[in-house]
Design a protein around this ligand. Structure first.
Ligand SMILES: C[S@@+](CC[C@H](N)C(=O)[O-])C[C@H]1O[C@@H](n2cnc3c(N)ncnc32)[C@H](O)[C@@H]1O
Length: 287
């Protein structure tokens, strides 16, 4: 039997977990297959490996094959299964939220080196999406008080669900554009973080991979991708304490221009950090 015939049979007949995972499929990676299989049978991946002889029911097999088809058609696995791991936390994601990226953990790492464990730092996360950055920081620094904003009320509602499912009480969510919902704050912030949209309008990557499925308002920011960063850096000055820090994630080729934007707005001690791929990814400066 050739591979094509095997796959056809596989679509129709329910098999064991072991058999399904052994079956090669060029269009869907092994890891994605495991995630989709676990979702189809409502178990986790550890269960799959513990019970490899388990044979799927007819309904589970139909469900699994429908999920595989969505993935083979290009839909991001995080949107199919509805969750994505970030900072070892399981987060709900929907097509209204960006899928949190591993490179954004760099921003969390750096923020944590600055926020003292036992102090009540006031932190703002602008454009919180699924709440990934705010939730990671709130978990690691329970004394901090975090204000998270997003222009998308749908994204914000997902972020709120995520904060609730991780039992976090130290994040407040606000709908509105960048600083606008924070105008009536009690105090200025010790730290402002943001992973804003920063992709250039005509970047060809927008037509490839997961980006095709993510909300365009979470991705692009004008011709050079810097519209929102310019706005955030300019306004941050008014919202930061003296010595407060602004930290921004940006495109791999935007480091120099972002440092200039910080400089033009009077920030001090401006630095940029590289991500694991060696690309300039996060810049920060002190007011
Ligand atoms: C690149 S995503 C980052 C999401 C999340 N912080 C993360 O790192 O996974 C940018 C987010 O900014 C939000 N956004 C876009 N324009 C905005 C605006 N004018 N004011 C507030 N949030 C905005 C989008 O809805 C989106 O959730």
């Amino acid at each position: 039997m050739n591979i094509k015939q095997t796959n056809l049979r596989h679509l129709q007949v329910a098999h064991s977990i072991k058999y399904i995972l052994q079956l090669g499929d060029n269009s869907v990676s092994r890891l994605d297959r495991e995630l989709l299989l676990a979702t189809a049978i409502k178990r986790d991946i550890t269960w799959l490996h513990t019970w490899p002889e388990y044979t799927l029911s007819k309904e589970e097999n139909i469900k699994f094959n429908s999920l595989i088809k969505l993935r083979a058609d290009g839909k991001p696995v995080a949107y199919i299964v509805g969750v994505q791991e970030f900072w070892s936390l399981e987060l709900k994601v929907t097509p209204a939220t960006l899928i949190p990226r591993p490179e954004s953990e760099l921003l969390v790492e750096q923020a944590l080196t600055m926020i003292p464990l036992d102090e009540k730092w006031r932190v703002a996360d602008l454009g919180t999406g699924s709440g990934a950055l705010a939730i990671a920081i709130a978990t690691e620094r329970p004394n901090s008080k975090i204000s998270a904003t997003d222009i998308s009320t749908e994204a914000l509602s997902t972020a709120q669900d995520n904060a609730q499912s991780h039992h976090l009480k130290n994040i407040k969510f606000y709908a509105g554009s960048w600083f606008e919902p924070l105008q009536h704050r009690e105090d200025n912030f010790n730290l402002i973080i943001s992973n804003p949209p920063y992709i250039e309008l005509d970047d060809p990557h927008l037509n490839r991979g997961d980006l095709r499925y993510e909300p365009i308002t979470a991705l692009t920011s004008g011709i050079d991708g810097l519209n929102d960063i310019k706005l955030i850096v300019k306004q941050a000055v008014e919202y930061l304490d003296i010595n407060g820090v602004l930290m921004i994630e940006h495109g791999y080729n935007q480091g120099e221009r972002v440092r200039d934007i910080f400089k033009d707005n009077g920030f001090l001690d401006i630095k940029t950090l590289d991500d694991l791929a060696g690309h300039e990814r996060v810049s920060y400066g002190r007011r």
